[in-house]
Write a protein that binds this ligand. Structure first.
Ligand code: URA
Length: 185
């Protein structure tokens, strides 16, 4: 881990800035290569993530890993984090105040990783990072540039698990990502 990421992690571990700190089992800070070309951002930890302290390790995470493998990428080469670092009880959406209090950790992670591309998984992360008015069902897979960084919303793998007919569309987003990374080389 880069020393500045380690410093941030140690600071974040003690965070009690919102109510979610009271019910978490583990903080889910983020994982992967902190020098990655691409950073994936989800919404917040679920039950498995809260238990293990790692993002995207439950059923949705396993589907995410398979799609990544489908474009010859591995999770250890990318960086993965969430909008909120602690699990919202019963997997409810994070509240506006929770997102506001937590987002600075993510912005600092982005500063440290300096990815060429940011991929937001699902509506909530896309709305915070890319565009508040995003319509994920029609906007997923569309690339935009903010400053020096390419941004792309993707369907959330949990949504694909709920509706498997979305799989080809979801995988196509990974193909768009792979092609963009190739083009940027
Ligand atoms: N869903 C998310 O948005 N993030 C995780 O870490 C796991 C599931």
């Amino acid at each position: 881990m880069k020393p500045e990421m380690e410093r941030l992690y140690n600071e974040c571990r003690g965070c009690k800035d919102c109510e979610l700190a009271k019910t978490r089992n583990n903080l889910v800070f983020g994982t992967g290569n902190d020098d990655a070309r691409v950073m994936f951002i989800g919404e917040g930890p679920g039950e498995t993530e809260d238990r293990l302290g790692e993002p995207f390790v439950g059923r949705a995470g396993q589907l995410f890993d398979r799609m990544l493998a489908g474009v010859d990428m591995e999770r250890k080469e990318v960086y993965i984090a969430n909008i909120v670092k602690c699990r919202p009880p019963k997997n409810r959406d994070p509240l506006p105040e929770e997102k506001e209090k937590c987002i600075h950790w993510l912005f600092e992670q982005i500063e440290i990783v300096k990815p060429e591309m940011i991929v937001c998984l699902g509506r909530i992360a896309s709305a915070v990072i890319i565009d508040a008015d995003i319509r994920i069902s029609k906007d997923h897979g569309k690339l935009t540039k903010k400053g020096d960084t390419w941004m792309m919303p993707m369907l959330h793998p949990a949504a694909v698990l709920r509706n498997p007919s979305l799989k080809p569309e979801a995988f196509n987003d990974f193909c768009i990502l792979r092609d963009k990374l190739e083009e940027l080389k």
